[in-house]
Design a protein around this ligand. Structure first.
Ligand SMILES: Cc1cc2nc3c(=O)[nH]c(=O)nc-3n(C[C@H](O)[C@H](O)[C@H](O)COP(=O)(O)OP(=O)(O)OC[C@H]3O[C@@H](n4cnc5c(N)ncnc54)[C@H](O)[C@@H]3O)c2cc1C
Length: 430
């Protein structure tokens, strides 16, 4: 019997297992499916290399440290260094950040240091950003950006859960601009998680796609695939890394209070559609990260990544690969659309946005019913209740994308912290 049983081999489970192994703790991972990586999945179809989950990750310290430890540092693939992001506004692609703003909108952002209000309890991301930077900055920049990350309405998102650093800055300095200027003037190089130089690029992947990372981790930890019957008590410690609604099934009999809390986690659905286009049908070569669409534009598309422009080797010569997202909490019914309907909507909206001669052809699509957990107002109180409940269930740990951030780097950082907490628990109770 291993000392620690981890349920789920997504990036949360794998990175937790990785750290535990380095700490010398006997660990086994149970994975319900036949592959590791969870939502991180790269697939090659007819010469297109498609990401069905995250397309790239930000170079955050914990993620870079893991990549280094896994021996993948030299494989990191930086993006096109001149990859602007766009916002589709009033029927045109406009360069982020200033393109979508009017003179008045920019002036309102610059007035931020003079805004003297404070965040009330349970403020939404929308209200916070409008209060500090003005309605235009929210509606045209931050709103689409947050929708791109969480696939939900900023009026529902909790600022305390999603932007805790900004709240702290406001609390301590009265203004985010003032806090940032202060941190620049007092800048000290942060303790780096690895000894290597930070790689080039604001976002990163690997030549063979993002699945390279979980695949490498999986080769180096013990995993039993096709195992969906993991239970609490099969090892001295169990770490749950699976989606909340699945953890409920494991907990409901013996730990009904914990199960009830986890049953509250809501997810937004997303349909990911990969499309292609011959390069010559575009008026200008495709450059950039991709575009986001404010809800006011009335499109179904939430955003599209210019996958083949961002990283090399994503599409056959002379073709472009576009990865589009529709649905989210705005339009959950797209999950029930037929493949033909998704392709028709995505193809015609892409043609309009890119102003291309022909409609992009569908390559393939994937439906995520539970794509992204929602960090809604009240999230911090819910997390505090969960942590309290976990104190009453010794030997049970949770590390997952619905607690401290849904991004891949956030999952890695949280899993590393959980692994150290597990090690401490075993030392005390071993
Ligand atoms: C479409 C999409 C785009 C995204 N884009 C980005 C991005 O660009 N950048 C970024 O940083 N993040 C992005 N994210 C978020 C990020 O990818 C996820 O939050 C993260 O990968 C979740 O990892 P996880 O290990 O917590 O969960 P999962 O990946 O869900 O892994 C859970 C694992 O548990 C297994 N499992 C489930 N039930 C059981 C059971 N009973 N027993 C055993 N195993 C079980 C599952 O099969 C799965 O392998 C995106 C997510 C989605 C869906």
């Amino acid at each position: 019997m291993p000392e620690v049983l981890i349920i789920g081999a997504g990036i949360s489970g794998l990175s937790c297992a990785w750290t535990l192994k380095r700490l010398g703790i006997d660990t086994e991972v149970l994975e319900a499916t036949s592959r590791a990586g969870g939502v991180i999945r790269t697939e090659n179809i007819e010469g297109y290399q498609i990401e069905w989950g995250p397309n790239s990750i930000q170079p955050a310290p914990a993620a870079l440290k893991l990549i280094d430890e896994a021996g993948l540092w030299n494989d990191l693939l930086p993006p096109d260094p001149h990859a602007p992001r766009y916002i589709y506004l009033n029927r045109r692609l406009r360069k982020f950040p200033f393109g979508p703003l009017s003179f008045g909108g920019i002036a309102r952002i610059l007035a931020e240091p003079f805004i003297r209000s404070k965040s009330p309890q349970d403020e939404s991301v929308r209200d916070f950003l409008i209060r500090r930077f003005g309605r235009q900055a929210h509606d045209r920049l931050a709103g689409p950006l947050f929708t791109g990350i969480y696939a939900t309405d900023t009026a529902q998102l909790s600022v305390a859960a999603v932007l805790p650093r900004m709240l702290e800055m406001e609390r301590n300095y009265g203004s985010l601009t003032a806090a940032m200027l202060r941190s620049f003037t007092r800048y000290q190089k942060p303790a780096t998680a690895t000894t290597k130089r930070r790689p080039r690029g604001f976002t990163l992947s690997f030549p063979a796609g993002l699945e390279t990372l979980p695949a490498r981790l999986a080769e180096n930890v013990t995993i039993r695939f096709g195992e969906s019957d993991g239970r609490i008590g099969m090892a001295p410690v169990t770490v749950l890394t699976i989606p909340a609604y699945r953890a409920v099934k494991i907990l409901e009999q013996r730990y009904p209070d914990l199960a009830q809390l986890l049953a509250k986690v809501r997810y937004s659905p997303i349909v990911v559609a990969a499309s292609s286009l011959p390069e010559h049908t575009l008026k200008e070569p495709l450059r950039g990260f991709g575009f986001l669409v404010p809800r006011s534009e009335g499109l179904h598309l939430l955003g599209t990544i210019f996958s083949s422009a961002l990283f090399t080797g994503r599409a056959p010569e002379g073709h472009v690969l576009l990865t589009s997202f529709i649905g989210g909490s705005f339009e959950p019914e797209v999950l029930d659309w037929s493949d033909e309907q998704v392709s028709e909507v995505v193809g015609s909206e892409l043609q309009r946005v890119l102003d291309s001669e022909t409609k992009p052809e569908p390559v393939a699509l994937v439906r995520h019913e539970h794509a992204l957990p929602q960090y809604n107002i009240g999230h911090e109180r819910w997390v505090a209740s969960l942590r309290e409940e976990l104190q009453r269930t010794p030997g049970v740990f949770v590390t997952a994308n619905y607690l401290d951030g849904a991004s891949v780097p956030a999952c890695i950082e949280q899993a590393d912290r959980t692994a150290h907490r597990v090690a401490e628990y075993l030392r005390r109770n071993g």
